[in-house]
Design a protein around this ligand. Structure first.
Ligand code: ASP
Length: 347
């Protein structure tokens, strides 16, 4: 009897997908500490390894502890690390699940959508709002859903959270406390997880070979326009140290253009000194349109370019990536307004 069930398990395993579970930290890997939570490597491995036998009903899982951080401490060097980790394990696995803090998950997912080219396998980010070690955690469900998603035919970098699967470079963290923490305002869900998984994408049968292009250049600065913003502060910036600025404007690309509070002289100064100016919106839904209002038209005339319907996360990581990979400012600006990895809607 034992031999028989063992044999059945082996047979099942041979058909099972192989998934690499990469750990990077985040709340999912934390434990309760006083009033709050804190990263806790030892308790975390225990809790994770308790889950593995159950999860192995879905796939053959290997774990890879890459780093262990609150995601607010992650930066471009971690994005490169993750890229290299996936690259060196690409042929050995059918899919990848990355456990990650929710705070900057959308930045990392966006960054990887540019470094991993011609993906033919799923790369699924997940985490949780409550640590796996807590009884009321959302971690177990997110983990199960993500492993399951990583066994599908998805060929993209995605975020799987609370039964929803979002395109990574279209997603953003929308809630601090809700289990339904993410959204992709300008892109439909890639999948919904209920009794079954409903995939809303069809795989490409013929793809160019997979390749990676790590590398980011962080000489970019994000400015939020707000009523009464004093442009003098912006004029203090040392533009020689920057290659681009992103201005988070109002609505479809509006910002003050009258009198001493006008931001136009700053935009003109940037573009004339060789700094790319990208206009994105503080509103999550729909697209920047620089032809609609006088401010947008003036920005266009001054040489600014539109972030269209990109999230801030996608616009920032795309700029950082392009700064490391384009030949000139013209080339960078030309590529920035194009769809490179499904991060914007080309109208
Ligand atoms: N501060 C945590 C992080 O991003 C929040 C979370 O994981 O939900 O690492």
């Amino acid at each position: 009897m034992y031999v028989k069930s063992q044999f059945k398990r082996l047979r099942l395993r041979s058909k099972m997908k192989k998934i690499l579970l990469i750990q990077t930290g985040g709340t999912i890997a934390m434990s309760a500490k006083g009033e709050g939570v804190e990263l806790d490597p030892e308790a975390w491995s225990e809790h994770l390894y308790e889950q593995i036998p159950k999860l192995e009903e879905l796939a053959e899982i290997h774990t890879y502890p890459l780093f262990f951080e609150d995601s607010s401490d992650l930066n471009a060097s971690h994005w490169d690390n993750l890229t290299r980790c996936i690259d060196s394990n690409y042929e050995s696995y059918d899919g990848f699940v990355i456990l990650h803090g929710t705070d900057t998950m959308a930045y990392t997912a966006s960054a990887l959508s540019f470094t991993l080219k011609n993906l033919s396998k799923p790369v699924i980010f997940t985490g949780s709002q409550v640590p796996l070690s807590s009884i009321r955690s959302d971690a177990r469900r997110n983990l199960i859903n993500s492993i399951e998603m990583a066994t599908t035919s998805l060929q993209d970098v995605a975020i799987c959270f609370n039964d929803h699967v979002y395109k990574g470079n279209r997603s953003t963290k929308l809630s601090i406390g809700d289990f339904d923490a993410f959204g992709s305002p300008n892109h439909p869900l890639l999948a919904e997880i209920g009794l079954n998984i409903e995939l809303n994408t069809t795989p490409e049968m013929i793809l160019p070979p997979f390749e990676v292009q790590p590398g980011f250049d962080n000489r970019v600065f994000v400015i939020t326009a707000h009523p009464s913003l004093n442009p003098e502060y912006l004029h203090c910036l040392d533009l020689k140290k920057l290659r681009s600025v992103i201005i988070r404007t109002f609505g479809s690309g509006n910002f003050p253009i009258k009198g001493a509070l006008s931001l136009l002289p700053f935009i003109e100064k940037c573009t004339s000194e060789g700094v790319t100016v990208v206009i994105v919106s503080q509103a999550d839904y729909d697209s920047v349109d620089l032809t609609k209002y006088p401010a947008g038209r003036a920005a266009l005339k001054a040489g600014a370019i539109s972030g269209k319907d990109m999230t801030l996360e996608a616009a920032l990581t795309k700029l950082m990536w392009l700064q490391a990979h384009s030949e000139s400012r013209d080339d960078l600006e030309h590529q920035f307004v194009r769809d490179l990895a499904g991060e914007l809607t080309e109208l």
